[in-house]
Design a protein around this ligand. Structure first.
Ligand code: PGA
Length: 251
């Protein structure tokens, strides 16, 4: 049984006022049954410690958006997984397509970041996804299977890692794959994980990401191998994110 996960990625957005949104979100969570979805918000590094304080005692967990592969050292402007863990955060996103594009991160770098996250005791939220060109070229399944294998280290388990499938062309665009495409990709990823890690991989959670909104979340969550969502724009306001959490809880 995989616990569902609603994860929010604030990207380079977030100020003191948005901590109020986070407090609202934390305060809105009722009693948590055994099958209540896990809730995670990943604000920018500058807000991590504040976000941990604001959500303290609530079911809302906090994560970072990236980490450096090294524990410490001469890497101006970077933040290590240990530093993120020291704020009280419990997870970190790695390999987001915006990092892969803006910072030229390849699969080897992303794999090293996953291992750094584990070493710091953080859950790695490992992102993969195809470009529009790859989708048009009918290469999607091969591309994301290759990314998965090259970015996920040996030792990947349902306890230390979550996989987020995010088609690049669906991020921030309002476009989402068809349900057939969502089912096909997530089923394939599950098969690949089981092929490599055995039946233990049945516990690894698979998230869909890319223009998840209150209006489309319930349908997306009908897919068997979609265990939740990684949400950008619609995670910035509690009033948008809460209906997505509710849809996940009801799925
Ligand atoms: P979006 O972003 O929900 O705004 O499309 C998703 C993501 O990039 O994680």
């Amino acid at each position: 049984m995989r616990r569902k996960l609603a994860a929010g990625n604030w990207k380079m957005n977030g100020d003191a006022a948005m901590l109020g949104e986070l407090a609202d979100l934390a305060g809105a969570q009722g009693a948590q049954g055994d099958d209540a979805p896990e809730i995670l918000i990943c604000p920018p590094h500058t807000l991590l410690a504040h976000a941990v304080a604001v959500t303290d005692g609530s079911p809302v967990g906090i994560g970072g958006q990236d980490c450096h592969p090294a524990e410490k050292g001469a890497h101006t402007g970077d933040v290590s997984a240990q530093m993120i863990a020291a704020t009280g955060a419990g997870a970190v996103i790695v390999g987001h397509s915006e990092r892969r594009a803006d910072h030229h991160e390849d699969n080897d770098t992303v794999r090293a970041k996953v291992e750094a996250a584990w070493a710091a005791g953080l859950t790695a939220i490992l992102c993969i996804g195809e470009s529009e060109e790859e989708r048009m070229g009918d290469d999607t399944l091969q591309i994301i299977a290759d990314q998965l294998h090259a970015s996920a280290p040996d030792g990947t388990t349902g306890d230390n890692t979550v996989i987020a499938y995010e088609p690049i062309w669906a991020i921030g665009t309002g476009r989402v794959p068809t349900m057939e495409q969502i089912v096909e990709t997530h089923d394939m990823l599950r098969d690949e994980l089981v092929g490599r890690f055995g039946m233990d991989a049945m516990t690894i959670r698979l998230l869909y990401g890319g223009s998840v909104k209150p209006a489309n979340a319930a349908e997306i969550f009908t897919a068997d191998n979609v265990d939740g969502a990684l949400v950008g724009g619609a995670s910035l306001k509690a009033a948008d994110f809460q209906p997505i959490i509710n849809a996940l809880a009801a799925s």
